[in-house]
Design a protein around this ligand. Structure first.
Ligand SMILES: [Zn+2]
Length: 147
């Protein structure tokens, strides 16, 4: 899995905002922030997903969000079916390829991009890449001997 192989030196100073965590746990909703334990909010973000070899997808997705950490938490199991649906007609070969959630765009840019009125390079100029991508390990619920 590509963890943080982002920023293939796009050269120019990319705009940055938010932190991101792709939640791989089906049974963990992160109603609390895994970092600071504050209750997360639910908010929609227009996510930009890069799919190998060369495809951008905009997905306006409801995510968990920690205002304290500026951390967006998106669920892997929710994103992947939406990606598959998006390409089932236009480009089914791409389904299952490696992908990277690379950032967000502003709402207005999402609307334009969604109507295909923006070229990929124009789109790239409007992306805010994530400041940071975090990963969290979750210890499965259960009982364990004291360590
Ligand atoms: Zn937090």
């Amino acid at each position: 899995m590509p963890k943080n192989s982002s920023n293939k030196s796009q050269g120019k100073n990319l705009k940055k905002r938010h932190r991101f965590f792709l939640n791989p746990y089906n049974d963990c909703a992160f109603t609390k922030c895994p970092k600071c334990e504050i209750k997360t909010k639910i908010r929609k973000f227009p996510l930009v997903i890069h799919i190998e070899p060369q495809q951008l997808l905009l997905l306006n997705k409801q995510c968990k969000y920690c205002t304290n950490c500026d951390l967006i938490i998106a669920k892997k199991q929710e994103i992947e079916p939406l990606m598959a649906v998006s390409f089932s007609q236009s480009n089914p070969k791409i389904i299952g390829n490696n992908y990277l959630v690379m950032g967000t765009v502003d709402k207005k840019d999402w609307k334009e991009g969604n109507q295909n009125s923006l070229s990929p390079s124009e789109m790239l100029e409007r992306i805010y890449v994530f400041k940071d991508v975090w990963n969290f390990d979750v210890i499965p619920a259960g009982w364990y001997p004291n360590q």
